[in-house]
Design a protein around this ligand. Structure first.
Ligand code: CA
Length: 241
């Protein structure tokens, strides 16, 4: 089932069209409304009401995008992002700022923010910016992958190996894209179900295995002896470049 799309907006491209969004906002009503609207668009949303809660949430799950209030009870959202950027974390971030001051907006960009909205904002505006930034992040970094002996064009669902083109299904392409972006990292079947299939579908972990087997036939010179898509026993899979 596709997620419901309110307000006649363009339909989501598929189960992986949504991203994982961390909303860092101490006004509980606003955080609730943001989370509700983003979920309606197919995003997975976590919320944090302070810097401390945000840091704890970031340790548990890596978001695709941060919505970050500047004025938080235990400090500034600017500092949180500055710290992430200093560690080489380039997760896209949109600042929610109550101020209209130019200096504050520039400060957001200076610490590596991707965009900002000024309170009070419309939910439609925030939702549209989130969609645009997620789309940009996907297209910029993930449209193509060049590996040793193979290449993948995720937008055209094509995998080429040894001069032969193999068509990928949408889910095969999204599964491969997810693993390729996390080289050498063991990813659990449940995480793959959650992030690739999405929460609106109810496949079993066997579904992941079936898709990996099909991908191996296209990607691996010898699917019985995989070199790139490896099984991590008791966990799931990892991609080895
Ligand atoms: Ca605030």
């Amino acid at each position: 089932m596709e997620p419901a799309v309110p307000g006649g907006a363009a339909p989501a491209a598929g189960p992986a069209a949504g991203g994982r969004v961390l909303v860092v906002e101490d006004e509980a009503d606003l955080a609730f409304l943001l989370a509700q609207n983003l979920r309606q668009e197919g995003h997975q949303v976590d919320t944090a009401g302070s810097l401390r809660a945000a840091r704890a949430a970031l340790e548990v799950a890596r978001p695709d995008l941060l919505l970050l209030d500047v004025g938080l009870p235990d400090g500034s959202g600017l500092d949180l992002l500055a710290g992430m950027r200093a560690r080489g974390d380039y997760t896209p971030a949109v600042f929610l700022t109550a101020r209209t001051d130019e200096a504050d907006r520039l400060a957001g960009f200076a610490v590596g923010g991707d965009d900002y909205v000024t309170k009070p904002f419309s939910m439609a505006e925030v939702v549209a910016r989130v969609a645009a930034i997620l789309r940009r992040a996907r297209q910029g970094a993930q449209a193509r992958y060049l590996g040793a002996g193979f290449s993948v064009d995720f937008d055209r669902f094509l995998l080429e190996r040894d001069g032969r083109a193999h068509a990928l299904t949408y889910l095969e392409a999204e599964l491969l894209r997810y693993l390729v972006l996390r080289p050498n990292e063991a990813v659990s079947r449940n995480e793959l179900l959650d992030r690739v299939w999405g929460t609106d579908r109810f496949p079993t972990t066997r579904t992941v295995d079936t898709h990996v087997l099909n991908l191996r036939k296209k990607l691996e010179p010898d699917p019985a002896q995989p070199r790139h898509l490896l099984t991590v026993h008791g966990t799931g899979y990892k991609f080895v470049p």
